[in-house]
Design a protein around this ligand. Sequence first.
Ligand code: SAM
Ligand code: SF4
Length: 338
Amino acid sequence: MTTTTKSGQMIDPFGRMVDYLRVSVTDRCDFRCVYCMSEHMTFLPKKELLTLEELDRLCTTFIEKGVKRLRLTGGEPLVRKNIMHLIEQLSRHLKTGQLEELTLTTNGSQLSKYSGQLADLGVRRVNVSLDTLNAEKFKEITRWGSLDKVLAGIEAARQAGIHVKINAVALKGVNDTEIVDIMRWAHGDGMDLTLIETMPLGEIEEDRTDQYLPLSQLRADLEKQFTLKDIDYKTGGPARYVEVAETGGRLGLITPMTHNFCESCNRVRLTCTGTLYMCLGKDDAADLRNPLRASESNELVSQAIDEAIGRKPKGHDFVIDRATKKPAVARHMSVTGG
Ligand code: SAM
Ligand code: SF4
């Protein structure tokens, strides 16, 4: 099947319009979350990375081809050197209206430093990942992080007028008993909370079958205490939302393992080396760095993007293999970005 790429729109072979790009601007991070990274990660040599100018050129090409929402992620996007320069460059597309939203997924550690600037550059929303409100547990999960610093970062973002959504990975035996507290805290401060199932991406030191907690089970538990109403709210991401009558807040559920959300997938993912992944759960990828560097015009890279969109798979099929304990996909989440 071929892509029917109309001018200014990318349509995949299954008729899905691709208008959302996630860009992992670095594979590095100031945390080492247990489900995401091993403690001793080998990161990419700096020379492998696209420069900020190249990232801007690639993102701009995607925007010209129909991307309306751009999310920077990583690794930790805010630890990439001079990241504010890239955000400033990209914000020109917000001013022209070609880009509707420029946003970030962050661990929050640098938000105290950057929130003011982010707000000035037109960033209206950020997702902050936070799996526990217990300082000791936070240290255990992130290995290197500080809860106080993240909470201060969240506050700084809110003070700057940025809407914060909290993302928490549901981890069996780690934060499952705390989900209600996290939800009350987030909703009490007017923040949405999204829960994510752990996905088998990359080798880590822990056993993933031990960490995996199906959200269907968590939802059933929550329904013993709360009234959850399915709502049609959409943020352009894969979460399905419910409204919690008792808190008045929204709870998002991202269930790549127990529910197939692929039919409405509108996104592709670009790594900091210029590799484009058409699906988080598949290994197929397209190299955009060579076509980008081969010519000063964007024609070659634009063609490579069309070919890649033409290969976007219908869906993924994650399995945590209980026999081998091997991940379904060898690359870490910090490579492709969350
Ligand atoms: N460092 C930033 C952060 O933590 O928000 C951005 C990158 S991080 C890879 C993006 C999201 O992926 C985070 O919410 C994180 O919790 C989630 N994540 C990482 N590894 C995961 C895994 N194996 N399964 C599910 N979610 C994962
Ligand atoms: Fe870093 Fe985010 Fe991965 Fe944690 S989840 S190690 S903060 S990239």
